[in-house]
Design a protein around this ligand. Sequence first.
Ligand code: ATP
Ligand code: MG
Length: 566
Amino acid sequence: MPDHTNMTCTSTPRHFLEHIMEHDLSRADAPFSQIVTRFPPEPNGYLHIGHASSIFLNFGLAEKYKGRCHLRFDDTNPETEGQVYVDAIIEDIRWLGLQWDGKVRYASDYFDQLYEWALHLIREGKAYVDYQDPETLRLTRGDFKRPGTDSPTRNTSVEENLAGFEKMRAGHYEEGEACLRARIDMQSPNMNLRDPVLYRICKTPHHQTGNTWCIFPSYDFAHGQEDAIEGITHSICTMEFQDHRPLYDWFLDHLPVPSRPVQYEFARTNISHTVTSKRKLKRLVDEGVVTGWDDPRMPTLSGMRRRGYTPEAIAQFTSMVSVSRTEGMADVSMLESAIRDHLNQTAARTMVVLNPLKLVLTNIPEEMEQQLTAPVHPQRPEMGERKLSLTREIYIDRADFSEDTSLSRKRFKRLVAGEYVRLRNACIIRADKVIKDADGEFEEIHCTALSGTAGGSPPEGVRPRGVIHWVSARLGRWAQLRLYDRLFLQKTPDTGEGDLITRVNPDSLLITKAWIESGLAEAAPEQCFQFEREGYFVADRHDHSPEHPVFNLTIPLKDTRASSET
Ligand code: ATP
Ligand code: MG
């Protein structure tokens, strides 16, 4: 379970929404006794890291002020929505360790009530059926410079509109032939108030309501009323809804709603080197740039999960991003350092060789297995010990050996011909002889193991250059490694020349293999490890098995990128 200690009640408000809530709770005339928030995803894509901010904000505020947070799907557009997205979103929120209050809610739970309220507005002369085609409708709303022009049916009778709306509902019209509009103000400087559409016709079956409805409420007509039905006190959304707030309030003013929610806006979380728009992420999926919504390179929660990110690291990242009304951009390296820090504290250590070079310890007999132990985590003895077997033949990384004896000890803390190095968690060895193949490549290095040096200090006069990792050749095996890098190398991939797809990093995935300790193949899917001296890796959630071990690179040990990278 994630650590939510950053959300526990403190007396000092951390941002403007906490100020507002504390003020509201302390008011003698507060119209509510408990804070109620909601997270309202539209099920037309998977959740991404931007959504995580909104999730932790809404759930966190409810927790801090001992209120409730609802999960409510904003499912008013069957054309783009679907059950797969509903299921994925529920799974992601559970994975984050959060629990909403009561059942999963849907905008579609309220379609009957919303329909009644539409009739109410018609009866009050505040809504009318418009038969103009969508293009004419768009043009007659005017723009920022020109006021809108009235629809020919703007002033028709209540009876005509009731009849027209009933026909819409009964399926009499095709999509685009009629819509219901609020009768507000065609001259308003706020475009949202120029007789906005309340209901439109859509004949696509709906994932929750099937064919029951062929008319669907607009987001604006649905959202505030749903908040009112559920007793939401603080309806928190992102800045682009600021201009919709007068409309949100207009509906609450003109309908017999059971409670009075208030909308508050905050700035979206933007992250460098990332796109956080479901529409753009969907393109990456649909155009086969990635393998799916949960491709480990995707900034979706399911992608990050598969990459090896933990809920704790995501919570930590969102707590570092300020909640404000001013747009900013968080550097993706903040997210990367959050996962690096968390895995540094929690991941079991293991040795894996990425580019194997064979070493023969000539003074160890063929059949011998020297049993060694090492801590699972060097700073956390409670995590226990792991067993290692040193054998005559082992693999080390090619980059850990050099024939160049002129390399300074400071620059090259690895094995050099004729010199000493310590095998991590084991003995000191000396490189005696280099065997090369016909192309002059190192084939194997013959070494001597210095007896008694495992766990002990070097004998007189022996100065190992450093410590290198290794895996037994006889007792190890191959695993597939998927080495992931950022999907975009540009700071703002959605801006600039050309198409988003052309900016995808062609080297964002390198599939390779590595030599692992056999026991590592038994890792459970999603188990995280530090491959010592290499990076943090996770057993792939779907493709890893003891027969075919597959590990994904979560993040290298160190951030080697220049911070100025664009
Ligand atoms: P997208 O632009 O990716 O399609 P959206 O806002 O349309 O996102 P919704 O499913 O409607 O996606 O979002 C659910 C909630 O998450 C909304 O309250 C929305 O404001 C919030 N949200 C979406 N993206 C971000 C973000 N980058 N930062 C903070 N909150 C976000
Ligand atoms: Mg939306």
